[in-house]
Each structure stands twice: as structure tokens, then as C-alpha cells.
Design a protein around this ligand. Structure first.
Ligand code: HAM
Length: 419
């Protein structure tokens, strides 16, 4: 037997209703905020992700699914969506189109991480990217959309954390101060952080190892190194969030695991989840377009981990199944009529099904029960000869005789009532 891959999950049919609830909430809300859907490829050139996410990040160093194409060029399964959206935006010339500057996507991403609850190797993101504006109101707008998405889905225990990484020009001075501080700390840092001190010192701040956290307790804070322009931008984001009534906490350790960020960064966590409690995150990435060969173009966005949303989704939000009717047709004439009735109901928007493995009324009723049918339409030879059918309410066991011509009409009203 061939098994599925570790950390790569099937979504069985009985979980699909949850997925449809969150995907339709994502689509509806994104559209309400003016975003239009884009579908980008699942794999791209490796170079795209290395240049976007950064060579010294965990994603690029350890987590990408990279493989040679038949011509020897290197391809990678997308570990995230922002890089692909920016590549497409530049390549398709979407800057020329006023209506294609606010984009959203839903789809699978791939990272070779150690699988655990809420962490997978294939997972799904809903992401949005608001491109071409430097306005801090755009930062607040995407954060508001993120917050509205989670509140619409009634996720419990949400917390929004914010930080600003400043502009690229604010960072060298801060990095020097941080590295000087790290070189002097007494508590030993983990091997990873010792390595990062030279390759990517900001990442030391969000190391989860307790001794590293203790050692960096009094580390210099990036907010103290922002230029007045960066500080002003951040203050305007905070003011807008306050006026929208969106609660936040400042977290100077929030440096994010992708190198393209500048200015505002944010993350939402959900207390209903375990260790992997980051449910959505994002920020501004004004330098990425140039890094990928485009014109300087400001942008801000986020991505949500949909598996984590599923884990935190309250059961009350799952809609009841659509009402439908089971056709219990048996005998020669009954079976023939059953085929016709099934097709005619479906043609007229009524959900209907049967079980071709059952041929006696007893077995057909048992199949209807197992499938959870609210109604069964019984069609035997006797009924068909009299131009009739029997409609059985599977819950109350009540039965009524209908004329064949009135089936459509009666079922439309019965199924609507049972909703
Ligand atoms: P990210 O923080 O790497 O950001 O991922 C966003 C979200 O994806 C996380 O908060 C988490 O919910 C989910 N996620 C990440 N890795 C996994 C995994 N292995 N298993 C399950 N869920 C996971 C980005 O991807 C950026 N592209 C976000 C962004 C868009 N920034 C600007 N625009």
C-alpha cells in the first residue's frame, strides 16, 4: 500500500464544509475590501524565492522543496504567495491596470518543516497584497481585513501584535547596536542564534529557545532606531487601528521569518491553538519589486494559515447539510421511473441520489438512513402503475402519497421547509 507523505494531509469529504465556510468568508471579505483574486503558479524558479525571502532565512536554507527541471534549471514549490504575486504583477504589467492593484489568493504552499499539530508540509494560505501605495492607511486596511476575517469566523482568543522594522536605511545602525549587545550577553545563545548573529541578527530576537529569550530580554528595540519618517508612518497605522477599534499590542521581537519586510509587521495568534498559534501574519515590503527587477513599488499584505483556522473554527459555524431526497425505486417499472425522476429533479435544482447496490425496498430504506437522507421518495411498480409515488419523512416516518406530476412542486416546498 502506498501511503501519503508525512505532513501532507488529505481533506476528507466530511471536513470540506469547514473549508468551504472559510474559503467563502475569505473571498467575500476580500472582495468587500476591494481585492480581486489572482491565481499564481504552484512552482516557480528557485531564484524567485531565494531573492524574495532571503538566502539566510529558515525557509530558503532548510524548508524549500527544490528540484531540477529536465533542462537542469532549478524549480521550487512555492513556500508562500507574495513572491509569486510580485513576479506576476511585474511580468503582466498590472501596474497599468487600476483594478489589479489589490490582489488576493487562496491555495497550497509547501515547506519542509517538522510536522506537528498545526504545522504541515503542504498547507493552505489565504493571502492579500495591496500594491502601489505607501499610505499607512493601506497597512491599517489590510490589518482590518485580517481582523474582520477572524472575527467573522468567531475564532476565540485572538491577539494582534505589531512592530515596525523601519526602512532599509534605518536598519544598519540598529543591527550594529543589536550585534554589539548580543556579543556582550552572558547567557550562551543557541547554535542557531550564534550563526544568525552574523547572517541575520534580527532573527535572534524571535528565537523560541528560553535561554535565548532570557538573553535578549533587554536587547535594544528597533522602534528606538526608526527615522522620523518611519516613526510617523507607524504612528499613523496605530492611530488608524485605534479609530477602527482593533486592539493590538506592540511586540519589539516581531521580526518575521522572511527578509522582504520593512516598516509595519504584524502577526495574529489564536489561544485555541497549541505551540503553532500564529494564525496569520504579514507586513509591508516596499523593496521587493526592485529586488525582483521591477520599478520601485510599495506594497503591504498578509497571509493566513487555513489549516490553523480550521483547527480553531467553532462547530456552530458549520452549516447543516443541504436538504435532499433519496429515490427508493424498485421493480421493473419503478426502477425505470426512478432513473427519470432522479434526472428531472436534478435538472430542476433539487439534490437527489439513490443507491444502485440496493434493489429491495428494505435495503433502499436502510441505504437512505445510512446516507442521512431527510426524505425518501418510494417508487415501486404499484405506485408507478397508479401514476403515484410515496414521500417518506425519514425522521418522523410519516408518509404521503403524491401524484407523479406533483413530485417536483411538493419536494421544492418540503425541502425548503426542512432547511
Ligand atoms: P508567513 O508568516 O510565513 O508569511 O505565513 C503566514 C501564515 O501561514 C502563518 O501565520 C501560518 O498561519 C501559516 N503557515 C506558515 N507555515 C505553515 C505550516 N508549515 N503549516 C501550516 N501553516 C503554516 C507569509 O507567508 C507571507 N507571504 C505573508 C505576507 C503576505 N506578507 C505580506 N504579504
Amino acid at each position: 500500500m502506498i501511503r501519503g507523505i508525512k505532513g501532507v494531509k488529505d481533506i476528507p469529504p466530511d471536513q470540506m464544509s469547514k473549508w468551504l465556510v472559510i474559503e467563502s468568508a475569505a473571498r467575500n471579505l476580500a472582495q468587500r475590501y476591494g481585492f480581486r483574486e489572482i491565481r499564481i503558479p504552484i512552482f516557480e524558479s528557485t531564484e524567485l524565492y531565494v531573492r524574495s525571502i532571503g538566502g539566510a532565512t529558515d525557509i530558503v536554507e532548510k524548508e524549500m522543496y527544490t528540484f531540477p527541471d529536465r533542462d537542469g534549471s532549478s524549480l521550487t514549490l512555492r513556500p508562500e504567495g507574495t513572491a509569486g504575486v510580485v513576479r506576476a504583477f511585474i511580468e503582466l504589467g498590472l501596474a497599468q491596470s487600476f483594478t489589479s492593484r489589490k490582489l488576493f489568493y487562496i491555495g497550497p504552499m509547501f515547506r519542509h518543516e517538522r510536522p506537528q499539530a498545526g504545522r504541515f508540509r503542504q498547507f493552505h494560505q489565504f493571502g492579500v497584497e495591496a500594491i502601489t501605495t505607501t499610505s499607512p492607511l493601506a497597512d491599517a486596511e489590510v490589518i482590518a481585513l485580517l481582523w474582520r476575517f477572524f472575527s467573522t469566523l468567531q475564532l476565540p482568543g485572538l491577539s494582534l501584535e505589531l512592530n515596525s522594522l523601519g526602512q532599509a536605511s534605518d536598519r544598519p545602525q540598529y543591527k550594529t547596536a543589536l550585534v554589539t549587545f548580543l556579543q556582550e550577553v552572558k547567557t550562551p545563545l543557541c547554535d542557531n542564534c550564534v550563526r544568525r548573529m552574523t547572517s541575520n541578527p534580527l532573527r535572534v530576537l524571535d528565537c523560541k529557545v528560553p535561554s535565548c529569550r532570557a538573553a535578549t530580554q533587554d536587547a535594544p528595540k528597533i522602534l528606538d532606531y526608526l527615522s522620523s519618517e518611519s516613526r510617523n508612518h507607524f504612528d499613523q497605522v496605530l492611530t488608524a487601528l485605534q479609530s477602527l477599534g482593533i486592539p493590538y499590542v506592540l511586540n519589539p521581537r516581531l521580526v518575521r521569518g522572511l527578509d522582504y519586510y520593512c516598516m509595519t509587521t504584524f502577526e495574529v495568534s489564536c489561544s485555541a491553538l497549541g505551540a503553532q498559534n500564529a494564525i496569520g501574519a504579514g507586513g509591508r515590503y516596499d523593496g521587493l519589486f526592485e529586488a525582483l527587477g521591477g520599478k520601485p513599488t510599495p506594497a503591504v499584505g498578509f497571509a493566513v494559515g487555513l489549516e490553523r483556522v480550521i483547527l480553531a473554527l467553532p462547530d456552530t459555524l458549520i452549516p447543516p447539510p443541504e436538504p435532499w431526497v433519496f429515490i427508493a425505486a424498485f421493480g421493473e417499472k419503478g426502477t425505470q421511473e426512478g432513473v427519470r425522476v432522479l434526472e428531472s429533479l436534478r435538472k430542476n435544482q433539487i439534490q437527489a441520489d439513490t443507491d444502485y447496490n440496493a434493489s429491495s425496498l428494505k435495503n433502499l430504506l436502510r441505504a437512505a438512513d445510512r446516507l442521512g437522507a431527510p426524505f425518501t421518495l418510494i417508487l415501486g411498480d404499484d405506485e408507478v402503475s397508479a401514476n403515484q409515488a410515496i414521500l417518506r419523512n425519514m425522521q418522523t416516518k410519516e408518509q404521503e402519497t403524491l401524484s407523479l406530476v406533483s413530485i417536483q412542486h411538493t419536494l421544492t416546498s418540503r425541502l425548503a421547509i426542512s432547511q
